[in-house]
Design a protein around this ligand. Sequence first.
Ligand code: 5GP
Ligand code: ZN
Length: 117
Amino acid sequence: MSNLDENCIFCKIIRGEIPCAKVFENEHVLAFLDISQVTKGHTLVIPKVHKKDIHELTPEIARHLFEVVPQIATAIKETYEPVGINILNNNGEKAGQSVFHYHMHIIPRYGEGDGFG
Ligand code: 5GP
Ligand code: ZN
């Protein structure tokens, strides 16, 4: 795929070169479990084009993401039965971004002491 970056770890996941625990996939978006889950069911949602952060997203890519994020969050709610869900996105190293392919974190919450926040 031409819109992917040779050396990007998430592009490698999209290409199937690195395995992942897939949660959802369509033509434009892939969601998979975070390799180091901060809580049970911690999921990442990524566009199938290499864009490093939110500032590089086009309205079309943003639309593709938000078209599916509610249903992914609802599926996670039904599967893991958390008491709440955080959805967040880090942009820039100083904001905690470590993989420079845009992604949204869906983090199920289980109450005090669930390990996040
Ligand atoms: P960031 O810190 O950039 O907001 O989030 C990057 C996330 O990607 C981290 O939570 C990290 O655990 C996850 N991650 C890094 N490498 C891999 C990988 O190879 N597979 C999966 N499933 N998650 C990864
Ligand atoms: Zn990438």
